[in-house]
Design a protein around this ligand. Structure first.
Ligand code: G4P
Length: 527
């Protein structure tokens, strides 16, 4: 490749930031995303910003079930430009029925934005998603939302980040008052006060000050809040963590921003700081070592497969994260697992229902590939060579159902449906030992409904799902795997790759099994 191209590649990589927002439903993810897109003037939306009301999900009507429920089942990708940067937001399903896709999507992000409701603090779904990010060691930025409402004391919130999530924090700004008395935030780096006006202001109103003891701050805050602010900031200066860029990069320290997404307050400040601090597309592990985004040969991997985005076509779309090189429409790449060259003729990003054909794309970008059934989660595509990215983790399901076909004559279609739907990666299938009963495992209840619906619609198989009471799946690994020697008083099954998996009803049962089988490892993700 010519030097011109490598310069261009470097330039494009430097511009990019690819992140996911992690939060619990209702924390304000949709609202924050919308504000971010407004700043940028969105250029591409793969999917939609989830509608929080039924009439707002017009762009995501891919699946009937979404229409029926008025929620978005699928994750999506959004792209926008802001001050010389190209930003990719990987959305994660905001409904509490999230799926394994949500976890896997996080593997395609280079950093995460953790959104927290100031009244509720760290909630269950945030915690789960945080742990996945933590394992990858990616930088995590925190936005504490809804400061226009009465919330928890900011120190308590920081304490919670540390106690519940085990991450240290550095507040980039600090609230002055709260709820009805919310006056704004004091920016610690720029030593200025960002004034809260209460309505959806486009321009940020700021007052530059000499420090938090500047009389202007007192004027803005009023005596009571001023005293509180000075006390708080002094305490932060003395007892708080120092800002340490390296720790931020490793995900050990989270920069914290306070604001109110619905009032568009603090969002632009957050975005600008984020763009400065967040990493450009990071290298990815492969069988040939770390793959640098500046490596000139194109490579990428598929982290998600989504069916029936357009019911008229009944096709599947494979979402590919570009890891290195330049992507050009029509290029031939090696589909490494099957050992064949394929032509990427119809790469897509989506603008609502009208699919937008991508001409070129760079590391950090996500493209949708038309999938006639040739892709699996984790597949690598690369230009020349046989570079393969590390396998994507399989996460422990939390809900289980036994599945049978209602009409035994349809058994063949049933089996085909189960095989194909579980290949998409949001549902796992296990077989009981001996009887070979099928058990499905998911991380969100909605996946069962999607499964049932699609089995009927696409494979004309009516299924019977019987919920089981298990909550945990653990993959059993050891030097000498012999089920006869397992001392496990629980359901033993095998996964698709014939690994032994034990299903447990509660933590007590799991702990007991671990104690009784010291030679076995109980893995939360498939080996
Ligand atoms: P989600 O995607 O994380 O589930 O949250 P979403 O943005 O849908 O926001 C959840 C609710 O919180 C919405 O209210 C939204 O308006 C509100 N919200 C978001 N940011 C703020 C904020 O900074 N301050 C306050 N006070 N509220 C905020 P809703 O009543 O469910 O919907 P709507 O009637 O506003 O549409």
């Amino acid at each position: 490749m010519s030097t011109g191209l490598s310069e261009k590649l470097n330039e494009e990589v430097q511009k990019r930031r690819t992140f996911a927002i992690i939060s619990h439903p209702d924390a304000g993810k949709t609202t924050l995303t919308e504000k971010l897109l407004l700043f940028g003037g969105a250029i591409r939306l793969a999917g939609t910003v989830k509608g929080r009301k039924a009439n707002r999900h017009a762009t995501s009507d891919w699946m009937e079930i979404e229409k029926q429920r008025g929620i978005s089942v699928t994750s999506s990708v959004m792209q926008f430009d802001y001050e010389g940067h190209r930003v990719n937001i990987l959305d994660t399903p905001g409904h509490q029925d999230f799926s394994e896709d949500t976890y896997r999507t996080l593997t395609a992000a280079d950093s995460a934005v953790m959104l927290i409701d100031s009244a509720k603090g760290v909630e269950a779904q945030t915690k789960k998603l945080f742990q996945v990010c933590r394992k990858r060691g990616i930088p995590i930025f925190t936005f504490i939302n809804k400061l226009d409402r009465e919330g928890q004391n900011p120190f308590d919130l920081l304490e919670e980040l540390e106690q519940v999530l085990g991450i240290r924090s550095y507040p980039m700004n600090w609230p002055i008052g709260m709820g009805k008395q919310f006056r704004g935030v004091y920016d610690r780096k720029l030593t200025q006060v960002e004034l809260f006006q209460g309505d959806d202001h486009k321009e940020i109103q700021v007052r530059k000050v000499s420090g938090y003891d500047d009389p202007i701050v007192k004027e803005i805050a009023g005596e009571f809040f001023y005293d509180q602010l000075v006390q708080d900031l002094e305490l932060l200066d003395v007892a708080g963590d120092e800002f340490d860029y390296e720790k931020v990069q490793k995900g050990e320290l989270t920069p914290v921003f306070f604001g109110s997404a619905i009032n568009n307050f603090g969002v632009q400040t957050f975005l600008e700081n984020f763009l400065q601090l967040a990493p450009t597309p990071t290298p990815r592990k492969s069988n040939e070592g770390m793959v640098d985004p500046l490596h000139e040969k194109f490579s990428g991997y598929i982290f998600k497969i989504q069916a029936n985005m357009n019911p008229a076509h009944r096709d599947r779309i494979a979402f590919l994260r570009i890891c290195s090189g330049k992507f050009e429409r029509g290029m031939s790449v090696k589909h490494v697992r099957v050992g064949k060259d394929i032509k990427l003729a119809q790469p897509q990003q989506f603008l609502a229902q009208d699919r937008d054909i991508v001409e070129d794309a760079y590391p950090g970008d996500i493209i949708g590939l038309f999938d006639p059934g040739i892709f699996r989660i984790g597949d690598s595509l690369s230009q020349g060579g046989s570079l393969e990215f590390d396998e994507l983790p399989t996460f422990s399901p939390e809900l289980f159902s036994k599945v049978t076909v209602k009409n035994a004559l349809k058994h063949k279609q049933f089996q085909k449906g189960v095989d194909q739907l579980t290949e998409e990666g949001t549902i796992q299938v296990f077989k009981t030992i001996g009887f070979e009963d099928l058990i499905l495992g998911v991380v969100g209840q909605l996946q069962f409904e999607v499964f049932e619906y699609r089995m009927k619609a696409e494979y004309s198989s009516e299924v019977q799902l019987s919920r089981m009471t298990y909550q945990f799946a653990r993959w059993l690994v050891g030097d000498d795997i012999d089920p006869a020697k397992f001392r496990i008083n629980s359901q033993l099954v095998k996964d698709k790759k014939d690994n032994y998996v034990a299903l447990f009803e509660n933590e007590y049962a799991l702990r007991t099994a671990m104690e009784k089988n010291p030679n076995l490892k109980f893995l939360e993700t498939a080996p």
